[in-house]
Design a protein around this ligand. Structure first.
Ligand SMILES: [Fe+2]
Ligand SMILES: [Fe+2]
Length: 203
C-alpha cells in the first residue's frame, strides 16, 4: 500500500491506495472478480433500501437514495450481461470480511444520531474504496473493453461517496461529521493494511 497523492485524497478521503499487484491478480480471475463485484452491487442496492426503510421520515435521504437503488441494481445487471457475454458463471456470494470489519467499528451503544452517522459513513467508505479499486481496474486491466467498463463504475461510485457525505452534512453538524470521518479513515487504513491482497474480490 502506498500513501495516496493529495489530489486523490481530496476526492475520496482515503489515505491508502491499493497495492498495484492487486490488478494483476484480479486480471487472472475475471470470473471471480465479476462475481464478487456483482454481489457488491447487490449489497449496495439492499443497503440503500434498508436506509430508506429505517429513516423514512428523512425526506431528502429517501428522495436521494431511491434512484440509487435503481442505479446499483442496474450495475448488478450490467455485470450479469457482461458475464453472459463471456460465458462466465455467477458464483455464490462470499463472506465479506472487509464490510464485516467495518460494521464492527459502528458505535453500537451510541445515540440514534451517532448510529445514523456511522451508517452513512460506512456507506461512504465502501463507495470510496470501491471507486478506488475500480480506478485501478480501469487503468491496469489488459482487456480494453473491461478498462472502459470499470471507468464507468468508478465515476458512478465517486458520485455515491459524495452523496453519502453530503447526506451526513445535511442532517448532522459538519464538525461532528468531519471528526467521525477521520476516525473511520484511520480505522479503514489499519484494516486495509491488515488484509491479504487477493485478486478474487473487490475488497
Ligand atoms: Fe454501484
Ligand atoms: Fe455505489
Amino acid at each position: 500500500m502506498e500513501i495516496l497523492s493529495q489530489d486523490t485524497k481530496n476526492i475520496l478521503g482515503l489515505k491508502l491506495v491499493t497495492d498495484p499487484r492487486w490488478v494483476d491478480l484480479a486480471s487472472i480471475s475475471i470470473e471471480a472478480i465479476l462475481t464478487d463485484h456483482a454481489w457488491c452491487e447487490q449489497k449496495a442496492a439492499t443497503s440503500c433500501i434498508t436506509l430508506i426503510s429505517k429513516y423514512n421520515q428523512k425526506e431528502k435521504l429517501v428522495n436521494e437514495l431511491a434512484p440509487i437503488v435503481t442505479e446499483e441494481w442496474g450495475h448488478f445487471r450490467m455485470i450479469l450481461t457482461e458475464m453472459h457475454k463471456r460465458n462466465l458463471q455467477l458464483g455464490p456470494q462470499r463472506k465479506d470480511v472487509y464490510v464485516n470489519k467495518l460494521l464492527e467499528f459502528q458505535k453500537k451503544g451510541g445515540s440514534p444520531d451517532e448510529r445514523f452517522l456511522d451508517h452513512l459513513l460506512t456507506m461512504a467508505l465502501i463507495e470510496a474504496r470501491s471507486c478506488e479499486r475500480f480506478k485501478r481496474l480501469s487503468e491496469g486491466l489488459e482487456d480494453e473493453y473491461l478498462r472502459k467498463f470499470y471507468r464507468k463504475f468508478m465515476e458512478s461510485e465517486a458520485g455515491h461517496y459524495t452523496l453519502f457525505i453530503n447526506l451526513a452534512d445535511t442532517y448532522l453538524p459538519k464538525e461532528q461529521v468531519r471528526k467521525r470521518w477521520k476516525e473511520w479513515i484511520a480505522y479503514e487504513t489499519e484494516l486495509m493494511q491488515s488484509m491479504q491482497v487477493r485478486g478474487d474480490r473487490i475488497h
